[in-house]
Design a protein around this ligand. Structure first.
Ligand code: GDP
Ligand code: IMO
Ligand code: MG
Length: 423
């Protein structure tokens, strides 16, 4: 049963949007399985650039049906804005977007709590989109779901109960003012008519589609190293971007998955706090950031930049079962005399065999680098793997060799056509 999972193998922003858009041409359905509007997935169609936060990146192909699965936390305001922006650009959404009735909502108080907590001392560097607090409510079993929007009275009761508790937290712990219950109830009651046409049992829809032989892309948001269970906790997001998340976040069985594609940049970036062993804080990091336009697609924050970390990637490949690698942004390294790749970690003078996920060890390791000569020529117009400069091919081959995962796709620019398949 053909589900292809496409996920970020690093700390997010690997270029998942571009890769999903490109590969959606040969699929029938694109489905997001976790996260929320903390994601910013960029798709460039010709000269036009779109940044998607909730809607899967397959939406630009008219034949694709897009699914937002039960594992996603949905901010209805952000969703409505996104639909409006796409429609204004002439993209037809009607009948092509399905939203799980079981997906949880992000409420205004989730965003408020996220931002208040981030203003304290123990900062994660979140996007402030209310992701953590919404997943807290989901797992505490007091969350409000999409299906609740369709019953006005039940919605009002649930919002009231939730706000009573949140007001205690806001006033007694954080010294904030109380939230106005009625304003939120009437704001959210209005969503029922707007959202009704999209809501369905998406797990049932997907499983029926799979039985009919439809091809599904499961699109991950964030990246494996930001996974709540397997990432660099506590500097992670609050969901499972790893491949297992595709099953729980969509309601499809593990046996439905037949391939897992990891997307990684030819270097590394990270937004927000937390360990980043190959980070380059001086001139090299600045250069990668300015050439690669490494500023957050959601928050505009400068991304921290550094060399490709093969130790972290191998860990990512292991927990996700990544069989093929899509390398993006190779063109960003065009002008470097020397390119480095971290091939091992040393800790207290000894080589580590595995990736330590605990923050204390990760912050203390010393990366061991292999050095490559730069190709010093522009790749943006190269269209076949064979016509890449020999030094660029040498770097790509090293990525396959060191990570033990074959590079299958190489991207040399943000547009669809700036892509080559290696095999
Ligand atoms: P995502 O969150 O994984 O979808 O990635 P983002 O959209 O947040 O960030 C990737 C950025 O790199 C976007 O601005 C893309 O347009 C851009 N991009 C994607 N692939 C390439 C590439 O191969 N080369 C260059 N120069 N830019 C790329
Ligand atoms: P895409 O899908 C990069 C990071 C935040 C912060 C941490 C927790 O575009 O790759 P959160 O708001 O999720 O509670 O923040 O996770 N983060 C991302 N970093 N790309 C993303 O999404 C991210 N979504 C969250 O910067 O460090
Ligand atoms: Mg992004």
């Amino acid at each position: 049963m053909p589900v292809q999972v496409i996920l970020g193998a690093q700390w997010g922003d690997e270029g998942k949007g571009k890769v999903v858009d490109m590969l959606a041409e040969r699929a029938n359905i694109a489905a997001r399985y976790q996260g929320g509007a903390n994601a910013g997935h960029t798709v460039c169609i010709g000269e036009q650039q779109f940044v998607l936060h909730l809607i899967p990146s397959g939406i630009f192909h008219p034949h694709i049906t897009c699914v937002i699965g039960n594992g996603v936390v949905i901010d209805p305001t952000a969703l409505m804005d996104e639909i409006a922006q796409l429609e204004a650009a002439g993209i037809d959404i009607a009948g092509r977007l399905l939203i799980s009735h079981n997906a949880h909502l992000i409420m205004p108080y989730h965003k408020q709590l996220d931002q208040i907590r981030e203003a304290g001392t123990a900062k994660i560097g979140t996007t402030g989109r209310g992701i953590g607090p919404s997943y807290i409510d989901k797992f505490t079993r007091i969350g409000i779901r999409i299906v609740d929007l369709l019953d006005r009275d039940l919605l009002a009761t649930k919002i009231k109960t939730n706000i009573e508790e949140k007001n205690q937290i806001l006033t007694k712990i954080y010294g904030e003012t109380k939230i106005d219950v009625d304003a939120i109830i009437s704001e959210y009651q209005e969503f029922d008519q707007k959202i009704d046409q999209y809501v369905t049992d998406t797990a049932l829809y997907l499983n029926r589609a799979l039985k009919e032989g439809k091809r599904v892309i499961a699109e991950g948001a964030q990246g494996a190293l930001l996974d709540i269970d397997h990432g660099t906790y506590p500097f992670v997001t609050s969901s499972n971007p790893t491949s297992g998340g595709a099953c729980t976040g969509l309601g499809i069985p593990p046996t439905a998955i037949d391939s897992i594609l990891g997307v990684a940049k030819a270097y590394c970036t990270r937004v927000g706090n937390g360990p980043f062993p190959t980070e380059q804080t001086a001139e090299i990091g600045e250069r990668i950031r300015s050439v690669g336009h490494e500023f957050g697609a959601t928050t505009g924050r400068p991304r921290r930049c550094g060399w490709f970390d093969a130790v972290a990637f191998k860990y990512s490949a292991m927990i996700n079962g990544i069989e093929r690698l899509a390398i993006t942004k190779l063109d960003v390294l065009d002008d470097f005399d020397e390119i480095r790749m971290c091939v091992a970690y040393e800790y207290k003078g000894k080589r580590l065999k595995t990736f330590p996920t605990d923050v204390t060890s990760l912050e203390r390791i010393t990366p061991v680098y292999e050095s490559f000569e730069g190709w010093k020529s522009p790749l943006a117009d190269v269209r076949t793997y064979a016509s890449l400069p020999a030094k660029a091919r040498k770097y790509v081959e090293a990525l396959s060799r060191v990570t033990e995962v074959p590079v299958w796709l190489v991207s040399v620019g943000p547009r669809r056509d700036q892509t080559m398949i290696c095999s």
